[in-house]
Design a protein around this ligand. Sequence first.
Ligand SMILES: NC(=O)c1ccc[n+]([C@@H]2O[C@H](COP(=O)([O-])OP(=O)(O)OC[C@H]3O[C@@H](n4cnc5c(N)ncnc54)[C@H](OP(=O)(O)O)[C@@H]3O)[C@@H](O)[C@H]2O)c1
Length: 348
Amino acid sequence: MNSNEINIAIVGATGAAGGTALELLLERNHPTDKIVAMASERSAGKKIQYGDTELTVVHATVDAFEGIDVALFAAGGYVSRRLARKVVEKGVFVIDKGSIFRMDPTIPLVVPEVNADDIEWHPGIVSTPNCTSTPLVMVLDALRSLSPITAVTVATYQSVTGTGVAANEELLEQSRAALAGENYVPQVYPHPIAFNVLPHIDDFLEDGYTKEEQKMLNESRKILHDDSLRVSATCVRVPVEISHSESVQIEFESNVDVLDAERVLSEYDGMIVVDDPSKNEYPMPLSAAGRDEVLVGRIRKDTAHENGIALWLACDNLRKGAALNALQIMDEALRRDAFKPAAQRMAT
Ligand SMILES: NC(=O)c1ccc[n+]([C@@H]2O[C@H](COP(=O)([O-])OP(=O)(O)OC[C@H]3O[C@@H](n4cnc5c(N)ncnc54)[C@H](OP(=O)(O)O)[C@@H]3O)[C@@H](O)[C@H]2O)c1
């Protein structure tokens, strides 16, 4: 089978992550008759432009997965919980973009550049990380080739499309209202996001961190296979449409040279070093948006830690942070002939 022969369901096709999956399939010329766009009952019958043609949205029910080889779930935890395991029983390979399976020890959590081999043991579902964890683990994986990493401090600057389509509309409408001197009552966030930043993503936990911050620690450990890694994150929502940025300070067991760090980062698959302060060149959300690569720059000695490196990254949260990573998992599973659950592959 080649990748254009795969029957793919996009669950959440009317949303930010699902819509980007469709954009990526169009870039690959995936045939229209091999895509089923799924969403809630509300959207059934809606048309989505796909190149010169249109896809008709169908309600995501178990029956709608008839004949599907691979399903990309991007419709939130409730939908994945309700449908994912049932469609696996129908022989569908599920790639889930939500958070509910990420820390399940029986389900691999994969960024192909880092831990593609984990796809081998999937039980029918592979999970993809949170959009902030993905670029972070790629950077850490590149740098740990120079010296073991002992601790990471990260502050994120996350775009509103990370929350979804409705949050992006809120940013635009609220910005227009603010400039016109009009009132706009926030619907998606607890405070205005236009001309503001919110140090609050997902629910607060008892220890003072948020769930988003906890995800960065737990997911990094699982993907990097390093349970002793320490990650302290502060996750912040900023009034940016697309691309998350991160300020990262990494402590190593031994001294790491800045030029060596730059070299291993620039050699890493799916990463580009953009780092020429003399020309004002560094990663920015506007330059990362629409690109597949993680952009890394501002690479320098961390003056607060003896063996530390500080850097800045930007990554399109809808592409590598969500849809692209999912399609890369599909490509990798296809290459390994691993769409079926591991137990079934071993039995044959
Ligand atoms: N946005 C990102 O950067 C990003 C990154 C990584 C992971 N993710 C994950 O991707 C998922 C979707 O996020 P998003 O940002 O794309 O959200 P979104 O823009 O709000 O889209 C949500 C999608 O889910 C669909 N949906 C809602 N309820 C449904 C139901 N009962 N049955 C079937 N479909 C239903 C919606 O369809 P209707 O239009 O019919 O309501 C819509 O297509 C989440 O799990 C999120 O954690 C997102």
